[in-house]
Design a protein around this ligand. Structure first.
Ligand code: IPD
Ligand code: CA
Ligand code: CA
Length: 259
């Protein structure tokens, strides 16, 4: 069942990615709330992904960012979809955005794919079988010191200088080797899973930003908790994903408010 789910994740993420690239030169953007953008590309990608999955495995439950909420079905399977993660980047032509599709069975993440159409990078995972990039096994980085680490954070879309998330970012600048804010939580999780960076955190995410990426990090050997090290819950906005070495505890410490 899981291999079948992961290949459908992959096929639908690739389909969504193709649609994003087709819309690149002709979309219009509007604000759902201040600085929170949506385009025809988000909507077309989500619709195509939904139709494909519904055709292949009819009757599943769905949660998709752009108003896709089907929960009144008896299925044990729920698809959690972000048809375009990094919309702001997409709108500005900054090539760092992706399609993210995660699958839960009986409430547990079991399969996922994140597709970066700019680089043609397909990240996939299924529970118990590791994480892959374009079919090749990936692992988290072995770095054990946060002072040697590259970290990434996702801030709220309209964060100002007084935001606790910004204060946390500033604390990290004092300690980590490098801290980036890049605009796609899903791809940031792929960066942790593939060992490109050591840690990623946010306290303002939605399930569709994280579902596939959390499984990727765990299957690549990393660790996922909340930023205070309490257990991660997909329906809560709080996440810290690291390579799972001693660096995890150091990152928790680094992010704590010192008062
Ligand atoms: C956003 C990105 C960003 C994060 C925002 C998300 P969207 O998703 O993941 O990194 O900081 O909180 O909303 O809106 O581009 O799908
Ligand atoms: Ca998103
Ligand atoms: Ca989105």
């Amino acid at each position: 069942m899981f291999p079948e789910l992961v290949s459908l994740c992959e096929e639908s993420a690739r389909l969504g990615g193709r649609i994003l690239q087709q819309w690149r030169s002709r979309f219009t953007a509007r604000e759902k709330s201040p600085a929170n953008l949506v385009t025809e590309a988000d909507l077309a990608s989500q619709q195509a992904i939904f139709e494909l999955i519904e055709r292949r495995i009819p009757g599943c439950r769905f949660l998709g960012e752009e108003g896709l909420f089907i929960n009144d079905r008896p299925s044990s399977i729920r698809w959690v979809i972000d048809p375009l993660d990094g919309t702001s980047n997409y709108v500005h032509g900054f090539p760092y955005y992706a399609v993210s599709i995660g699958v839960e069975k009986e409430g547990k993440l079991v399969a996922g794919a994140i597709y970066d159409p700019t680089r043609d990078e397909m990240f996939t995972a299924h529970r118990g079988s590791g994480a892959l990039l374009n079919g090749k096994r990936i692992r988290v980085s072995p770095t054990t010191e946060v002072s040697q680490a590259m970290c990434m954070a996702s801030l709220p879309v309209k964060a100002d200088r007084y935001d606790e998330a910004v204060e946390r970012f500033l604390r990290a600048l004092d300690v980590a080797q490098s801290v980036q804010r890049t605009g796609s939580a899903a791809l940031n999780l792929c960066c942790v899973a593939s060992g490109r960076v050591e840690a990623f955190w946010s306290t303002s995410l939605k399930p569709w930003d994280m579902a596939a990426g959390v499984l990727l990090v765990e299957e690549a050997g990393g660790k996922v908790t909340c930023v205070d090290d309490s257990p991660f819950v997909l329906d809560e906005p709080d996440i810290l994903a690291t390579n799972g070495t001693a660096l995890h505890a150091q990152t928790v410490e680094m992010l704590k408010r010192k008062s």
